[in-house]
Design a protein around this ligand. Sequence first.
Ligand SMILES: [Zn+2]
Ligand SMILES: [Zn+2]
Length: 439
Amino acid sequence: MTNLIESVKKATAMKSAKKKLASTQSKKPRAKKTIPSADTRWQTCSICKTIPERSWAFWKGGEQQENNLPPSMDLFKIVGEPLYDTSTSYSNNCLMQCPECKTYYDWDFEYEFLIGGSEDEINLTRLSHAEGEKRARAILKDVEAHKAQFAEQAPQHVDALRHAPREPERLKAAADFFFREAYTGSDLAVALPEILRALSRMESEQDVVSGLRTVLFAYGRQNWQSLQTLLKHLRDTGMDRDPMLASAPADCEKALRANCRICRNLPDAVTVLLETQDLPPASNQLVQLGLHFHQCSICGTYYFRYWDTFPFVSGASDEQWLCRFSPDEADLLQPFWEVLPNHAEDMAFYVDEVFDRMPLALLCAFDDRDKSVRALAYRCLARFVAGQPDHARQVLDFYRQHEQSPPTPRTRINTDSLELQKIIRECEQVLNCEPPASQ
Ligand SMILES: [Zn+2]
Ligand SMILES: [Zn+2]
C-alpha cells in the first residue's frame, strides 16, 4: 500500500514537472513581444483591462443616480493606508494603485450640500505613471513624517504607563494617544509590553483600562502582522489569560477577515480549466508559502491550490482549484504552517484528497514513508485533540469508519502505525474512555 501511495505521489510530481515544462515553453514567444510601457500595461492586467479612463458614481439626496465604478477596483491598494482612506464622511481624495500592474488611479469624493438634497460624487481616474509616482512620493513623505512624530511622542506616554496606576491624567492622555495612533497605522510594538503591564496593575472598572483595551483591539485589527505581534506579547505577559482580553485575538481576526479586500473577492472554493480559464484576479495577490499553500497577507487566511489532469479520448482536461481553509482547519494545521515550506508537497498530497475532512488527511499522513512528515501530522493532531472532547470524538470517528469501510488507496489508514496508536490513546484519554484491552 505504501508503494501505491509512493507511486501516486511520483505521478503527481511528474505532472507538476510537466506543467513547469509547459509553462516555460509557453513563455518563449512572449519574450519576443515588446515590454508594455508603464502607461499601457493596464491593458493586459487581469484587474485593470476592463476599467475605463474615468468612471464615476453620483448620488442626489442620498439616492444613487448613476454608478459605473468598476467592481474590480475593490482590489486596489490605497497608497499611504490607513493614514489615507476612502472615508465618505467628508470630501476626500486618495491615490489608489493596482496591486498587479501598479497603475495609479485618482479616487475623489465630492460632497456638496444643497437645499433640496445634497449631491455626492465619486470619480475614479487613471493617472499617467509619472503623475502617480509623483503623488505617491509626496504621500510616502507624509507617512514618514507621521512615523517620526510617533517615535518622538511615544516615549513620554510609555513612561506614563510605567507609573500606572498613578497619575491617572497622564494615563488617560497615553490611552488617547495610542488609540489615535493604532487607527492611523502606527506600529505599537514598542509600547505593547508597557500597555499590558499597566493593564495588569489596574482595577478593571477604570476608564483608562477600557481605553487601553480598545487600543489593543484597534492594533490587532491593523493587519495580520500586528495581530501576530499582539498575540506574542499577550502570551509573553500572561495577559492572554485575562478574561477581558481572552477574546481579543479571535475578534481581531474576524474583523480582519470581514474587511479584507483580497479574501472578499475570492469564493470559498473555485475550480477552473487550467489552460483556458483564470482563477479570480484576487488569487494573484496571495502569498505563496509552498507550491500548494497560500496565505492572504492582509488577514492571514490560508488557501489551498491544486491541479489535476483527467485524460480523455479527445485530449486531456486540466483543472485547477483554489479552496479557502476555514479558521478551524487552519488551526488544526498550525504546527504545519510553522515549518513551511518543509513538507509542503507531502502534506498537499494528503490534504488534496480529503480537504473537508482534515483530521482524516492527517491520519492518512501517518502512513508516509518520511518520519518527519509523520511526526508533523502527529504534532498537528495532538494539539487538535488536547483537552477537546469534540475533536477527539471526530478523530476516533474517522478512525473507526476507516477500519470498517474499504479505504480508497489514497486515504488508507495504517492501523499498525505507532503514531496512530498513540493519537488514538490520547483521544480515548480525553474522552475518559477505558483503553482497549489489547493496549
Ligand atoms: Zn492593473
Ligand atoms: Zn484576506
